[in-house]
Design a protein around this ligand. Structure first.
Ligand SMILES: Cc1ncc(COP(=O)(O)O)c(C=O)c1O
Length: 325
């Protein structure tokens, strides 16, 4: 297969079955990490930039600006480099050194804010920074994935439609929530094409998305310290909140049992899938969306010393430090 643009290398037909994960239930993990950006955000990035282009809102001399904890920044870095659009990514100290280096290697201008917001995260600080910049520089265009409908349509017409075409109507579909683009895209698509599919939204404890109290969090991508404008709770979906220690334990358990290193948020999604499995009948089929793989988490989720420092209750001796001994 010959591709003409890096962002077109998105494989929508990759599902990994996890036999026995929930006894009596078929669980399929939709692997979104197998593209050059390494995450589901390749589709979000293409959707955000292409909607500006098709609406005629991207002029010569414009610079795009966006807030990202890593994955969207890398994906936008690729899309903007390929298309020749200048890009600034506003991130925070939780960004991995690897992600920051990748963005810079793609020619992206990376700005790191350092002040925690009133919810203990950095999202509000990043957004305040962007608002100040766009107020005094008319060349800047803010993509704003938290409020941009193109984030939802990228997943409705991409992720959800492909999933449905590949596996039909699962009994349950589990989706992690950060900006809620993937969730709302799936909710809208399945409401129209497979309303019997239960949509289960997984969030992290310490995130405010489903009304819980804010607290500092360490797993990037999932959860938020402010409610995204595109999250519309008037649609029908179930909400599950997972503690980060449980997330870390799940990632490490799946690595040893199935030989696949999944990203942090996939651990959250799988804990939600395990809980949902208890209410599904024998022979049901469940799909869980895995936004990225674990290579970006070897210094965090899969590092014994990092886990011992942040989640001592999740230590199991399964990470790289144990392997070296
Ligand atoms: C690793 C990871 N998991 C989950 C998500 C959540 O996806 P969404 O922003 O569509 O809610 C993201 C988004 O950045 C992510 O990078």
């Amino acid at each position: 297969m010959i591709y003409r643009k890096v962002q077109d290398i998105v494989l929508e037909d990759v599902f990994l079955e996890l036999p026995g994960f929930v006894p009596g239930i078929q669980l399929l993990l939709k692997i979104e990490g197998v593209n050059p950006a390494g995450s589901i955000k390749m589709k979000t990035a293409s959707g955000l930039v292409e909607s500006l282009e098709s609406d005629g809102l991207l002029w010569d001399g414009a610079r795009l600006i966006e807030s990202s904890s890593g994955n969207l920044g890398i994906a936008l870095g690729m899309v903007c480099a390929q298309k020749g659009h200048p890009l600034t990514i506003v991130t925070d100290p939780n960004v991995s050194p690897q992600a920051e280096k990748m963005m810079r290697a793609l020619g992206t201008d990376v700005v790191k804010v350092t002040r925690r917001d009133s919810n203990g995260g950095y999202l509000k600080t990043r957004i305040d920074y962007i608002r100040r910049r766009i107020a005094c520089d008319p060349r800047l265009i803010w993509l704003n994935q938290y409020a941009n409908r193109a984030n939802v349509t990228a997943h409705r017409d991409g992720t959800a439609e492909h999933l449905y075409k590949e596996v039909g109507s699962p009994d349950a579909l589990v989706v992690g929530v950060g900006t809620a683009g993937t969730l709302m895209g799936c909710v809208e698509y399945f409401a129209a094409h497979s309303p019997a599919t239960r949509i289960i939204a997984a969030d992290a404890e310490g995130s405010v998305l489903f009304g819980g109290p804010p607290a500092p969090r360490y797993i990037p991508g999932i959860g938020a310290s402010r409610t995204p404008e595109i999250l519309d709770s008037s649609w029908t979906f179930e909400k599950v909140v997972v503690g980060e220690a449980e997330t870390v334990r799940m990632c490490r358990r799946v690595a040893r049992r199935y030989g696949v290193l999944v990203g942090g948020s996939t651990g959250t999604v799988l804990v939600a899938a395990e809980r949902a499995g208890a209410s599904l009948s024998e022979g049901s089929r469940m799909v869980a969306i895995s936004p990225d793989l674990g290579d970006r988490y070897t210094d965090t989720v899969y590092s014994d010393s990092w886990v011992a420092e942040h989640f001592p209750q999740a230590v199991d001796g399964a990470g790289e430090d144990a392997a070296a001994g």
